[in-house]
Design a protein around this ligand. Structure first.
Ligand SMILES: [Zn+2]
Length: 341
């Protein structure tokens, strides 16, 4: 009989609505559907607690494939890890349907943290995604990750990049050299910093970064179904190195290709259906000069007084939704003096 993988069995369960409890070797604990913990009391104490998630958007299967390969390697090679790992397969129902989400406005990567409370306050609790985010949050709260890798893909072709925030443990933004070293090891040479604001965006890696001081990042590793295999392998192997050897492994990483750092400064909102960008075929990190019109948002031209880059350009979103994110390129000194709001 063919042995089905972690992911296949999970998705199979959704298709057949069978909800089986899956069996795993010693050291694994199935926390709930598609949430698997490895390591723990019998393993090294004081190691890292590493959260790896994929498929938060159900048609972005690459993260799930990476998790699958890591789990299979642990099982087949009987790998011992430095600390504990929590593997999360995100939107199981949408993964089985190969759709981003199961219903409109149920984007799981906009539902975490304070935004979940917003859904509760408005009685918007009937979607599969709402229940799933709650289930994942409960598991993550018990786990308190020190690292979080949330793997995504982009709709259009894109250089791989990471989105993270500077951690802010005592009112002072902290620059993590080991985050940069991890990204170098993973062959990702662009990093985008979220502002350290008190307003939550509902993004999973922001939830972990803000609540547990986790070194948390959204890894956007390329286009859906056309992910660069070199980046795929590098991301998988860099995560495996953190799992097996601990984060100190990166202390000696020499980054010959210095990382490009950006900071999110604003969003472009589609104000009405007449929204349009002033350039065709826009891709992530395409840049605009100071005073150059980026788009007509439906009410006015969007023009900034400084040069900016554009991320996630998408004119097809619904009115009222985000059609793009504006980023500013930083030098290292600017990152370290990042303003804490
Ligand atoms: Zn995504």
């Amino acid at each position: 009989m063919v042995q089905l993988s972690f992911f296949e069995r999970y998705v199979d369960d959704f298709k057949n609505q069978s909800c089986r409890r899956l069996s795993f070797p010693d050291g694994f604990k199935q926390v709930s559907d598609g949430i698997l913990q490895y390591g723990g009391a019998d393993y090294e104490v004081g190691g890292q607690r590493i959260l790896v998630s994929g498929g938060i958007h159900g048609n972005e299967v690459t993260g799930v494939e990476i998790i699958n390969e890591i789990v299979e390697q642990i099982i087949n090679q009987r790998l011992q890890i430095h600390g504990k790992a929590l593997f999360v397969l995100g939107n199981g129902k949408a993964l089985a349907m190969n759709k981003r989400e199961t219903e409109a406005k149920a984007n799981m990567n906009r539902m975490f943290g304070r935004i979940l409370q917003f859904f509760i306050d408005r009685g918007l609790t009937t979607s599969y995604e709402f229940g799933r985010v709650k289930q994942i949050e409960d598991a993550v709260r018990r786990f308190e990750p020190t690292w979080h890798f949330d793997i995504h893909q982009t709709i259009e072709p894109s250089d791989p990049f990471a989105i993270t925030q500077l951690r802010n443990p005592k009112g002072v933004a902290t620059y993590d050299y080991d985050v940069e070293a991890f990204l170098a090891e993973a062959k990702i040479n662009k990093v985008v910093y979220r502002p350290t604001t008190t307003i939550s965006s509902g993004v999973f890696s922001e939830f972990t970064g803000v609540n547990f001081g986790t070194k948390a990042m959204t890894l956007e590793i390329g286009q859906i179904s056309k992910t660069c295999p070199l980046v795929y392998q590098a991301v998988r192997d860099a995560i495996l190195r953190v799992l097996i050897e601990g984060a100190e492994v990166f202390e000696d990483v020499k980054n010959n290709d210095p990382i490009e750092a950006y900071k999110i400064i604003d969003e472009v909102i589609k104000r009405n259906p007449s929204f349009r960008f002033y350039r065709d075929g826009l891709r992530n990190f395409d840049s605009f000069k100071a005073d150059q019109a980026i788009c007509f948002d439906g009410q006015k031209d969007v023009v900034l007084k400084e040069p900016v880059g554009l991320l996630f350009p998408n004119a097809k979103v619904q009115t009222g939704e985000r059609a793009g994110v504006l980023v500013k390129k930083l030098v290292l000194a600017e990152i370290i003096q990042f303003p804490v709001k």
